[in-house]
Design a protein around this ligand. Structure first.
Ligand code: PLP
Length: 390
């Protein structure tokens, strides 16, 4: 069966009530009939649930569905995308290790890498998105343990060649850890290119409705066993309620992503050559600097479109104020379209030069294209652009 069919049809065992939709197991712990059963569960002799910090049926259903979609053997779900990313670092890196990452990464991931990992003696270096294989290889050190990357990156939509970086990781015996948040498994399955670990913020497209935080780490059984042992003791586990919502969301992931991507592509094409814009960026536009890589490793360009306002920083804020339909909010990957201006918000603390280095120019606008009719989304963007001073 197709991955989507398996994802939709894998579900927790029906209870005696014979419900069709999944029941919610909102319980902290699970009971045992006798002391021997309890001993066996604690001794890991079976898969019985013990405590919801370790495992829970709703959480496992979400994990199983994600494994079907990503093509991975196992996974561990966490309370947020950041806890998934942090767990993937803390489980596999130790004092003296070096982490190699693409430069353009999610802001909080950058904070973890530059502010917290050094406290544990874990060093890092960044590689530019435009770097070729040779530049990636030149950055590998004897103490490098892991390569971490996002593709496409948030918010600059840079695309990194998964096959090329994966070949290097294999050659140098490094773990390849990919944040697949922007593409989702509908557009790109990093495991097909040899990624060892896949991390997600389930808060974004996987939920798709802006309701709950969640995250997951996916990969081979033996690697996820280590993630599980780290999380079971440190406690970033996903709530059963959030898992129950996220699991239902996955049933519509493919149809949602097809529509998000089709609308995003049509809006990107319609905005190209607009007089107020310096450029428009979308992975499937032939003008994208990594168009060839994007179309090779993704089946659609995703739901995010970026463009650069000619008016820079001040135009960014004026544009946001002129929008009538699109939401001004920090999230992305919602049924409702969202506009954001990184230079005045998420990346306001960086200097102009630091922003340029991660692909964030002063007039950069990121649109998370929702499920409203694409004509209405485009009309709102255009009327807001028309209000900018010439
Ligand atoms: C939002 C996001 C994260 C962090 O996820 P949270 O669920 O907010 O903790 C990580 N990576 C990317 C690419 C994101 O967009």
């Amino acid at each position: 069966m197709h991955p989507v069919t398996r994802a939709i049809r894998s579900q927790v065992d029906r209870t005696n009530e014979m419900e069709h939709a999944q029941p919610l197991f909102l319980t902290s712990s699970f009971c045992f009939d006798n002391a021997e059963e309890m001993r066996a569960a604690f001794a890991d002799e079976n898969d019985d649930n013990i405590y919801s910090r370790f495992s829970n049926p709703n959480v496992q259903e979400f994990v199983d569905r994600m494994c079907a979609l990503e093509g991975t053997e196992a996974g561990f779900a966490t309370a947020s995308g950041m806890s998934a990313i942090f767990a993937s670092f803390m489980t596999f890196l130790k004092q003296g290790d070096h982490l190699l990452s693409c430069r353009s990464i999610f802001g909080s991931t950058h904070t973890v890498i530059t502010k917290y990992l050094p406290k544990y003696g874990i060093s890092h270096s960044y590689v530019d998105a435009a770097a070729d294989s040779r530049a990636w290889e030149a950055a590998i050190r004897p103490e490098t343990k892991m390569i971490y990357l996002e593709t496409p990156t948030n918010p600059a939509l840079e695309v990194i060649d998964l096959a090329a970086v994966s070949a290097l990781a294999k050659k140098h015996n490094l773990l390849l850890n990919v944040d697949n948040c922007f593409a989702t498994p509908i557009a790109q399955q990093p495991v097909q290119y040899g990624a060892d670990l896949i991390v997600h913020s389930a808060t974004k497209w996987l939920d798709g409705q802006g309701r709950v935080l969640g995250g997951i780490v996916l990969g081979k059984k033996e690697l996820i066993k280590e993630i599980y042992l780290f999380c079971r003791s440190t406690g970033p586990s996903l709530s059963p309620f959030n898992a129950w919502l996220l699991s239902r969301s996955l049933e519509t992931l493919e149809v949602r992503m097809d529509r998000h991507a089709a609308s995003a592509f049509s809006i990107a094409k319609a905005l190209e050559n607009h007089p107020s814009l310096a450029w428009v960026k979308y992975p499937f536009l032939p003008t994208h600097p990594q168009y060839a890589i994007a179309t090779k490793q993704m089946t659609n360009g995703g739901g995010i479109v970026c463009f650069e306002l000619k008016g820079g920083l001040s135009a960014g804020k004026q544009f946001l104020d002129a929008l009538k339909l699109l939401s001004l909010t920090a999230n992305l990957g919602d049924t409702r379209s969202i506009a954001s201006h990184p230079a005045s918000t998420t990346h306001a603390k960086l200097s102009e030069a630091e922003r340029q280095a991660v692909g964030i120019s002063s007039g950069l606008i990121r649109i998370s294209v929702g499920l409203e009719h694409p004509d209405d989304i485009l009309a709102d963007i255009k009327q807001a652009l028309d209000q900018l001073p010439a």
